[in-house]
Design a binder for this molecule. Structure first.
Ligand SMILES: [Zn+2]
Length: 303
């Protein structure tokens, strides 16, 4: 009996320390670290998100630093399975916890921390909220987390170079959060879309709750005709898969809510929209109804 429980403890510990980041190769020297698409939990350190890694001769660019100090450490360990190069630059693509609460860890390693001006403001506004919420979701896995805001900011566009890699950082408007950016890497035709693209799981229209802006951000991103998309959540994909998982869902909500508003319908009708067409996206049970209500609230003002 003792032996069995010791064995079980060993398994549990192994699961906790080898939390669930899958390394996916995108192109030469470009990778995605794909976290769970479920809720933040003690074993995923809040990293229920996807992150980008670009390896150059002068060091690594990491896209999004994780939801906690330990989550950042986990990302670092995953990067070390790819390369020995140090992490020189961290980019926060948005203001959601898993995009930036690991900044402290990487700043201590000497990394520059870059975000849009609006994301930096969002970080300052919502830091306490994120810490409280994460405290209840991940418990002790939040230990050591200290919010460090981005130290280099830009309004709409920034060109970044490291090694021989050129990147364009672009803020086209709010998507999932108010300061979301997308990152274009022309040499590999890769778009690091941050939370402008959700694959595998259903997106949340909040916190920005600006569906018109998100649709327009997606359209501007699509104009680049990226071959590869590293999303904010889920696995890497091409543009047509990202369109199906994110853009088609956003436009579906917009169309359905417009119909309700045209007929003087109310919020209750909005919450009853049939969304089965998108039930292939995980987590729809928790978020689909809220999305419809948020879009209704926003679009009601336009009518
Ligand atoms: Zn997110």
């Amino acid at each position: 009996m003792k032996k069995i429980s010791l064995f079980l403890i060993l398994i549990v510990t192994m699961v906790a320390t080898h939390a669930s980041l899958e390394v996916q190769k995108v192109a030469d020297n470009v990778y995605a670290l794909v976290g769970e698409t479920t809720q933040r939990s003690p074993s995923n350190f809040g990293n229920n998100s996807t992150h980008g890694v670009i390896v150059t001769k002068e060091g690594v660019i990491l896209i999004d630093s994780g939801a906690s100090y330990l989550g950042a450490k986990e990302l670092h360990q995953a990067v070390q399975t790819i390369t020995d190069q140090p992490i020189k630059i961290v980019i926060n693509t948005g203001g959601q916890d898993h995009r930036w609460l690991g900044n402290d860890y990487f700043q201590q390693l000497g990394a520059r921390i870059i975000a849009s001006t609006k994301t930096q403001a969002d970080q300052k506004t919502r830091a306490d909220y994120h810490l409280t919420r994460l405290g209840s979701l991940i418990g002790k896995s939040l230990d050591g987390t200290n919010p460090v805001f981005a130290t280099e900011v830009f309004d709409e566009k920034m060109n970044l170079k490291l090694g021989k890699v050129d990147l364009e950082l672009l803020h086209f408007g709010a998507a999932h959060t108010v300061g979301d950016i997308i990152i274009w890497m022309p040499s590999t035709s890769t778009m690091f879309a941050g939370d402008a693209v959700f694959n595998d799981r259903m997106l949340g229209v909040g916190p920005a709750r600006d569906i018109h802006s998100w649709i327009s951000v997606f359209e501007k991103m699509a104009e680049f005709k990226p071959k590869h998309i590293v999303p904010g959540h889920g696995h890497i994909s091409n543009l047509s898969v990202a369109t199906k998982n994110t853009y088609d869902y956003l436009t579906f909500l917009k169309t359905e809510i417009s119909k309700i508003l045209d007929n003087d319908g109310d919020m209750l009708e909005a919450s009853k929209i049939d969304q089965t067409e998108f039930h292939f996206l995980s987590g729809h049970q928790d978020i689909a109804g809220k999305n419809a209500q948020w879009v209704f609230e926003t679009m009601e003002f336009d009518y």
